[in-house]
Ligand binder design. Sequence first.
Ligand SMILES: Cc1ncc(COP(=O)(O)O)c(C=O)c1O
Length: 453
Amino acid sequence: MTDAATQRPVGGPDLPQERRLVTEIPGPESVRRFERRGQHVATGVSTTLPVFVEAAGGGVLVDADGNSLIDLASGIAVTGVGNSAPEVTARVVEQAQAFTHTCFMVTPYDGYVDVCEKLAELTPGDFDKRSALLNSGAEAVENAVKIARVHTGRDAVAVFDHAYHGRTNLTMAMTAKNMPYKQGFGPFANEVYRAPMSYPFREPAPLSGEQAADRAIDVLDKQVGARNLACVVIEPILGEGGFVVPADGFLPRLREWTAEHGIVFVADEIQSGFCRTGDWFACDHEGVVPDLITTAKGIAGGLPLAAVTGRAEIMNSVHVGGLGGTYGGNPVACAAALGSIEAMTKQDLPARARRIGEIVSGRLTAIAEKHPSIGDIRGRGAMMAAEIVGADGLTPDPVRAGSVSAFCHAHGVVTLTCGTYGNVLRFLPPLVMPEHLLTEAFDVVAEAFDATA
Ligand SMILES: Cc1ncc(COP(=O)(O)O)c(C=O)c1O
């Protein structure tokens, strides 16, 4: 759709909510623009699906050739409220017209404080909290570690197998997977130690959540020493590592152990937070209350904003001037976050995420009955995945996962893969996606499995 006066494309929820293919994917105009991209953009910056987007909203992306694609990615779990959600754009425009930047550390403004107040209300834990706002998820994780180190006076950081925490030097050290995130980029920050994760599908023998936590605790206790640990940083549901949901009891047991030893428990909810899993935060499902929580992605409807939120006494242990950055908590990004939180509350998006979860798991289960290449279906709410395996039911099959995904792309459905072995299809629709579109998207996913069998 184009605006009659400006002739510019208009996105948002009023875009026709349909899959419409008028050319091959990518179409000729996208191909032309992609060639130009190659002349100017560094090759290290990758592209999953080379269509150039002109407008997006609800559950669709419209490309430069006029194709309308169903979005099962949300820009990697960002646009939960939908692209150009009215609550977001209204506040962004209003804020951009008032002022765009002062630097909160130079002269403050209400939007920043309002976001921190909302974070205190919404994040798990009924205690006095403080927040610091930043630009990216990686920056939030780095700051959580800085805060935990100052608070405890200890250096060591515990992370888990299959973890993903970002691409800065410290967060690369915390991220598990080498290719493509770490290869050639070392040396990495030290004092980062990795413990085994609970990965129910890949345990050699059934292991309860408590047993899996004790296995991790044993490694940390023996190899690092609890008294040297500043923090344990964990994604309550693994994101890039494969949407692994740890066995019930794993997170509560770890939480208990960290509390016993004065270790700061940091939940990295950058991908799983803000309604995605059917609750405001993934920790809420098991009533786990972290000391610090890192958020980004879904918080601001597409604008770059991230936060560390947590117990006031931990957050406030850092000296004045120790936290911040030029753009952290930019006023336009804060306005977007306030609009996005308003949309999540007004539309009860946790409930929408639960409904999406029911539909997606139902569809995946039906596909798996025909296709044993789906070894595991997992996730919560609108953060669902299928792990693709070979004939033995276990060997990762990234080639098949890639072919299914490529078929979906060619047929107008934007899908993503993930996982340490690259064999996990993950589904992250905008939480506002209409049901008919979700159903149509999974018709295509089903066809993709048939076509690539
Ligand atoms: C769990 C988790 N932590 C941290 C990050 C890094 O966030 P960003 O890409 O905004 O730096 C991501 C990004 O995918 C993530 O999923």
